[in-house]
Design a protein around this ligand. Structure first.
Ligand code: GLT
Ligand code: MN
Ligand code: MN
Length: 387
């Protein structure tokens, strides 16, 4: 048992837009005052986070003059230095300004696409200067309400051209920076292109520099589509593409909730944390979430502390699961393998002939109980703290 206090090696990070969220929603205005990026850095240091991430315009207003921009960056760097807070990830806001109302990279208007490219290049330069090693692309407006407006295959092609362009830019500048694509099925558009992490992984294989592009999956986004997030993470990990992760929580079938990590679906988040810890994921554990609209800034701190604390509690539960003799005996039994079929691991003509000649006890094997009820009950009891 630990005190669940966050440590730097936990790599817990928050976006400026997360703890800085002022509680606006489609039905109501802000409930919290705006706090400056510098104050957010101090707030994150106070709650024990490792790092902060940002969109260009979380830090630098879209209409800032070059002088204002220089001053803002200087003040922000000073806050990072004073607190020790790191800035591992940067991203571009390609969704708030009206110019992006019909998309950025996938817009039908070449001026919009070119402006989006320019905005990304500027953000990459500043992000790298502030220490970013990962650059996220979330295409919040890359989608449609009506498919009469755009050919979906053209849109994917434009998306590909954009990511190829930025890959070449990063190479030409000799930046130590990897790109991470974030999927979402819908909201704010009726349908977004490349709606799931699996779709992104398929898309990455078609790029000019697939080796420098990975994914930034978000719990809420796969849950919105009713999918098993941990399975998406496992696929990304297997492909060597888990460059970053957005942790939060979300019930299936709802609007984009972005709840505190572990606020809603404990069992799913347990298996997620267990997966990340078992495989030894060492990237940022970024909380892309925000406090309930009911909260003031004390509540925002409760929210941020809660995200990290719940992660660490679930990490401890995963260790307990891995050390539980009864659970491990069941798992050993379920995974028993006497090596009889090792010859099938690679194809050979002899192996295929041997396989053809093998008799299987199909009915007997089909009748065997697998004890998953007991295994799941034991898992639940670990989670409920009675084991
Ligand atoms: C926005 C979105 C997130 C993305 C952020 C990065 S912005 O808050 O809801 O899922 O990760 O652009
Ligand atoms: Mn996100
Ligand atoms: Mn989200």
């Amino acid at each position: 048992m630990t005190d669940y206090a966050p440590r730097p090696e936990d790599r817990f990070t928050f976006g400026l837009w997360t703890v800085g969220n002022i509680g606006r929603d489609p039905f109501g205005g802000p409930v919290r005052d705006v706090i400056s990026p510098v104050d957010i850095v101090y707030l994150l240091a106070e709650v024990g986070a490792y790092g902060v991430n940002y969109h260009d315009n979380d830090l630098i207003p879209i209409d800032a003059t070059p002088d204002e921009e220089r001053q803002i960056i200087k003040d922000f760097k000073a806050a990072l230095n004073a607190t020790g807070i790191k800035m591992p990830m940067a991203t571009t806001n390609l969704f708030t300004d009206p110019i992006f109302k019909d998309g950025a990279f996938t817009s039908n208007d070449p001026h919009v696409r070119a402006y989006a490219y320019q905005k990304v290049l500027r953000t990459i330069d500043i992000g790298v200067d502030l220490g970013a090693k990962v650059f996220v692309f979330w295409g919040g407006r890359e989608g449609t309400e009506t498919d009469a407006s755009k050919n979906a295959a053209d849109a994917i092609k434009r998306y590909r051209d954009a990511i190829n362009f930025f890959s070449e830019y990063v190479i030409s500048q000799k930046y130590d920076l990897r790109l991470a694509l974030e999927a979402k099925p819908n909201e704010p558009r009726s349908d977004l292109y490349l709606p799931t992490t699996g779709a992104m992984l398929g898309f990455i294989a078609t790029l000019d520099h697939p080796e420098m592009v990975g994914v930034n999956p978000e719990v809420a986004h796969e849950h919105m589509a009713g999918l098993n997030f941990m399975h998406a993470i496992a696929q990304a990990w297997d492909a060597g593409k888990l460059f970053h992760i957005d942790l939060n929580d979300q019930l299936f079938g709802r609007y984009d909730q972005d709840f505190r990590f572990g606020a809603a679906m404990i069992k799913q988040n347990f298996f997620l944390v267990k997966f990340l810890e078992d495989v030894g994921y060492t990237g940022s554990r970024h909380f892309d979430a925000h406090a309930y609209r009911t909260e003031d800034y004390n509540g925002v701190k409760d929210f941020a502390r809660g995200c990290m604390r719940t992660y660490l509690i679930l990490k401890e539960k995963a260790q307990q699961f891995n050390a539980d003799p009864e659970i491990q005996a069941l798992l050993a039994d379920i995974n028993a393998d006497d090596g009889t079929f090792d010859y099938l691991k690679t194809f050979s003509a002899e192996g295929a002939a041997k396989l053809r000649a093998t008799d299987f006890d199909r009915v007997g094997i089909g009748k065997k109980g697998l004890s998953y009820e007991r295994l799941d009950q034991l898992t639940i009891e670990v989670l409920l703290g009675v084991r």
